[in-house]
Design a protein around this ligand. Structure first.
Ligand SMILES: Nc1ncnc2c1ncn2[C@@H]1O[C@H](COP(=O)(O)OP(=O)(O)OP(=O)(O)O)[C@@H](O)[C@H]1O
Ligand SMILES: [Mg+2]
Length: 301
């Protein structure tokens, strides 16, 4: 079988636990992401989601294992991988606009200054930042505005892979909805592959092709890859009417509420730990008085 666009191979991350011992966050984690795929990862706080993302970004070295993108091993950060961090790290001495254009200039050295600036403004407008506000420094912006600048900055560079660590966490519900829709629009127009961490189950169902489910740490595992069998284009108000929606949602809630704990803390046997593929597809026509039973097909990759 052809290798996926992004291939995570036997990734292990251990840290000193602060008490003289070792904390194994995850061990031999293996999974793949296809080109153009939108993948969300769900798991409880502390299970190792940001740690995986830092390795994918090339910002942290794993204890062992490799990540390959387009067949090449990821080592160090690259303009091909755009990152939106959980704590939206902007450069504090640059304006919102310059935080965006900084990377664009590096990415497109042939572009004129005016073109770079117009491009930066376009992306800031896309996340609702227009006018004088683009000249403010991060310290003069609200938390939500800073988060929006960091989203615009990542998108403006057209990276092959977008890595998003809870990018909408600091946004109010209204802005969050608008930006989720913008993200879907940009993603459907481009060849970009997206790996996104979120705590929001509904957001994950709205956005993802597949949702990876992580068990609690230590020795966390990406236990399942759940296919989102709801056709696109999707919109927040309509997806809830799709017959698969609640079956998928219940499966995710049950995993996070129960199974993430039950499966936690098991040391591996040295083998690569790959997620089980789960596909939930309800029959389209259901009689009113029939109890819906989600036909659950688990396939081991
Ligand atoms: N540099 C580090 N040194 C030591 N321990 C670390 C380091 N980075 C992360 N950890 C530990 O690794 C575990 C996973 O952390 P990580 O930040 O990946 O969690 P997370 O799943 O992103 O959680 P959250 O949802 O709260 O953001 C935690 O126990 C954390 O304390
Ligand atoms: Mg995190």
């Amino acid at each position: 079988m052809a290798k996926p666009f992004l291939s995570i191979e036997r990734l292990t991350q251990k840290f000193p636990d602060g008490a003289g011992g070792t904390l194994t966050v995850f061990e031999n984690a293996s999974f793949g992401i296809e080109k153009g795929e939108f993948v969300c990862i769900l798991g409880h706080s502390g299970c190792g989601k940001s740690t995986i993302m830092n390795v994918l970004a090339g910002l942290a070295e794993p204890s062992s294992g490799v990540v390959k993108m387009d067949g090449f091993e990821v080592s160090g950060p690259s303009l091909d991988r755009g990152v939106v961090f959980q704590n939206y790290s902007l450069l504090p001495w640059l304006s919102a606009l310059k935080n965006v254009t900084f990377g664009v200039r590096a990415r497109y050295p042939d572009w004129s200054k005016a073109k770079v600036e117009a491009h930066g403004r376009d992306y800031l407008a896309m996340v609702g930042l227009e006018g004088d506000v683009v000249h403010r420094k991060p310290s003069q912006l609200s938390g939500g505005m800073r988060q929006r600048v960091s989203i615009a900055r990542a998108f403006a560079n057209h990276p092959k892979l977008l890595l998003l660590d809870e990018p909408f966490g600091a946004l109010d519900a209204l802005t969050r909805g608008t930006i989720q829709e913008e993200l879907l629009k940009i993603w459907s127009k481009t060849e970009q592959t997206v790996f996104m961490i979120t705590h929001d189950i509904d957001e994950a169902i709205l956005l993802a092709d597949r949702i990876l489910l992580m068990t609690n740490g230590p020795f966390a595992r990406v236990a399942e890859a759940v296919e989102i069998t709801i056709p696109r284009p999707r919109n927040r108000t309509e997806i809830v009417d799709h017959p698969n929606y609640y079956a998928i949602r219940n499966h995710l809630v049950h995993f996070l509420g129960h199974r993430s704990k039950e499966l936690a803390g098991q040391q591996g046997d040295g083998e690569a730990q790959s997620p089980v593929s789960v596909r939930i597809d309800q029959p389209q026509s259901q009689s009113e008085d029939e109890e819906p039973v989600p036909p659950l097909r688990a396939v081991n990759d």
